[in-house]
Design a protein around this ligand. Structure first.
Ligand code: HEC
Ligand code: HEC
Length: 279
């Protein structure tokens, strides 16, 4: 649809020149409005038109990464012109970089299409992610396939005894120290756009699920107290003064928005069902 209207606009533009300047037809003849023939645009692109470096490409992305980028290079291997009419990604998350269309490639010309896939909300789940990008030319269309391997999160960092004591000592002076300076490199990994389970794994697991954790760090799956969503929300928001449990709410000097805290409380309440006795 979009393709058709682009081409139609080009046609109207061209006819405008013809009708508007009927007497000066010499000028018109030399005004090179390039107009690809789109008769075959919707056919599959035959072999031997564009020589691609690859039709499918694969990249690895860490679970912290915001974009996965690809470059597809190609050559017009016909003895005539080929025009790229449109590059259309399957997903709104993918943007294409190329010269304005119609993009005329004379015989033998080389070109590159850059593609970048926004990984917001996707990079938390390890595994393969596939996207397709349709390239329409005046000789037919072709799908390019993008594969993004979302890598599992790196294992928790190993700590020396010295670092461990330094951490505890600093947190005793200021329980918000974990969010600052060097501490933040381990304790405050990228949290923008993360909610629920992903946030728990990024922010809370480092203390509460570490196998070498200090004895004062409780196992959240085996708390002796009754829990409910409000219990989780209150602890995450304010932590506990005089302990090593930091306050996570931005209003208390922490890194989390109210929405993130609500998502964490809902997640924890779902995996650790309430043990509050109901009347
Ligand atoms: C820097 C290490 C650290 C981090 C990070 C941390 N906690 Fe804690 N947390 C503690 C410690 C230590 C305590 C024990 C506080 C005390 O002395 O009562 C605690 C206590 C708690 C308690 C109270 C449990 C009870 O005994 O009633 C909850 C609930 C809790 N944390 C949830 C979380 C959640 C959810 C996160 C992530 C948003 C988190 N914590 C991140 C160290 C941490
Ligand atoms: C190299 C990564 C790293 C850095 C840097 C780091 N921590 Fe930690 N921290 C951890 C890990 C991993 C744990 C889980 C317990 C363990 O493995 O010793 C932890 C646990 C803690 C705990 C819970 C008590 C415990 O030992 O179980 C506190 C409190 C803490 N860190 C505070 C800090 C502070 C404050 C800083 C900065 C001075 C800091 N940490 C720097 C990785 C780090």
């Amino acid at each position: 649809m979009k393709l058709r209207s682009t081409i139609l606009a080009a046609l109207f533009f061209a006819t405008g020149i013809f009708t508007g300047t009927a007497q000066t037809s010499n000028v018109v003849a030399t005004a090179a409005v390039y107009m690809p023939d789109i008769t075959h645009a919707n056919d599959p692109l035959p072999e031997g038109v564009l020589g691609w470096d690859a039709l499918s490409k694969s990249v690895d992305a860490t679970n912290e990464q915001e974009f996965a980028r690809f470059i597809f290079a190609f050559t017009n291997i016909t003895p005539t012109n080929v025009s790229i009419l449109e590059v259309h990604p399957s997903c709104g998350c993918t943007t294409a970089e190329l010269p304005p269309v119609p993009w005329l490639l004379p015989a033998g010309a080389k070109g590159e299409i850059g593609l970048s896939v926004n990984l917001a909300g996707k990079s938390g789940t390890p595994g393969a992610l596939f996207k397709t990008v349709n390239v329409t030319t005046d000789h037919g269309k072709k799908d390019l396939i993008l594969r993004i391997n979302i890598l599992p999160p790196p294992p928790m960092p190993e700590m020396t005894e010295e670092q461990r004591f330094a951490g505890i000592a600093a947190a005793k002076v200021d329980r918000q120290a974990v969010f600052k300076g060097d501490c933040a490199s381990c304790h405050l990994k990228k949290i923008g756009g993360k909610y629920g389970q992903q946030l728990f794994e990024t922010l809370c697991a480092i203390c509460h699920e570490a196998k070498d954790r200090a004895t004062m760090v409780p196992d959240l799956a085996n708390l002796k107290v009754p829990t409910n969503e409000e219990f989780w929300r209150a602890w995450i928001t304010a932590g506990k003064a005089g302990s090593l449990m930091p306050a996570f709410a931005t209003s208390q000097g922490g890194p989390l928005s109210d929405l993130q805290i609500a998502s964490l409380a809902a997640y924890l309440n779902a995996i650790h069902p309430s043990k509050v006795p109901t009347k």
